[in-house]
Design a protein around this ligand. Structure first.
Ligand SMILES: [Mg+2]
Ligand SMILES: [Zn+2]
Length: 163
């Protein structure tokens, strides 16, 4: 018998989970979870979705903030999700940027999503990638995952995922 595949919601971070002021979220000070995110993720956790965050963090390559700043935000976000009973698995992030050097993970590339799909036994066909930029949608499609484009800082409770 084959192992049952999981379904997942993949989410971009900045502008989807936290308020994107227009450039970088450099430190925990600048990280504010948007209204509706916790409720939205709780609802989909109850429906059996694993929650995975997939984020470009090119500001690390550019020296805008450090890897430690990123990890500090990520730990905070993870504990906020855990406290709310959200079925959060992990964050995949790309610390690179084209101005410094090419990589295989930066969205619109699908490397991070493909890695998550394989590592966690996820069924791309039952999963969705939610992002506020077209490169998020393109990254999902490259891994066979349907994309749902939202507006930057949109309340996710107003988004229809079609299920
Ligand atoms: Mg974004
Ligand atoms: Zn990368």
């Amino acid at each position: 018998m084959s192992k049952e595949l999981k379904k997942a919601l993949f989410l971009d971070r900045d502008g989807v989970i936290n308020h994107d002021p227009g450039d970088y979220t450099r430190s925990l000070n600048e990280f504010t979870i948007l209204p509706g995110v916790i409720e939205f993720l709780q609802e989909h956790s109850k429906k059996g979705y694993a929650i995975i965050v997939v984020t470009n963090q090119g500001g690390i390559a550019k020296g805008e903030y450090s890897l430690n700043d990123f990890y500090e935000i990520d730990a905070y976000m993870g504990s906020a999700f855990a406290e709310a009973g959200i079925n959060y698995i992990e964050t995949y992030f790309c610390p690179h940027h084209d101005v410094v050097g090419k990589c295989l993970c930066r969205k619109p590339g699908s490397g991070m999503l493909e890695k998550a799909v394989h590592r966690h036994g996820i069924d791309p066909e039952q999963s969705v990638m939610i992002g506020d930029k077209w490169r998020d949608i393109e990254a999902g499609e490259g891994a066979g995952i349907r994309g749902v484009k939202v507006d930057v800082n949109q309340d996710l409770r107003t988004v229809d995922l079609g299920f």
